[in-house]
Design a protein. Structure first.
Length: 119
């Protein structure tokens, strides 16, 4: 469902540290249950701790992550979803308050993502 064609909005590319961008993609890739077409990430902070609540509706899933970060924790709600076009399926991350008609301003992260791996 979440294909290799991965995109994110320009705002996420500019405002979300690369580590968090890749962490969110990895959360989806490592889901222990079947993936819903919509993934929801609620990001918040406590001191120098980044808190991420990852959830989906079907099948129900929720996991909380908390870890120290060397940058100011990010507060945002981010959707990860799949979509279809004539050219094929793709997945994208966008801020919850980001209008869908701006999705033409997507950044392909395939080359960035393949350069990193998570342990």
């Amino acid at each position: 469902m979440f294909s290799e064609n991965r995109y994110l909005t320009k705002r996420i590319h500019e405002e979300l540290p690369l580590f968090l961008q890749l962490f969110l993609w990895n959360c989806i890739a490592e889901l222990p249950v079947p993936k819903d077409y919509l993934q929801i990430f609620r990001l918040s902070g406590a001191g120098s701790q980044q808190i991420i609540l990852h959830s989906q509706e079907v099948p129900p899933y929720e996991k909380r992550y908390q870890f120290a970060v060397p940058f100011s924790p990010v507060t945002a709600k981010i959707y990860g979803n799949t979509a279809q076009r004539a050219s094929g399926d793709f997945a994208r991350h966008l801020l919850a308050n980001f209008p869908s008609y701006f999705t033409k301003m997507l950044v392909n992260i395939s080359s960035i993502h393949s350069a990193f791996c998570f342990i």
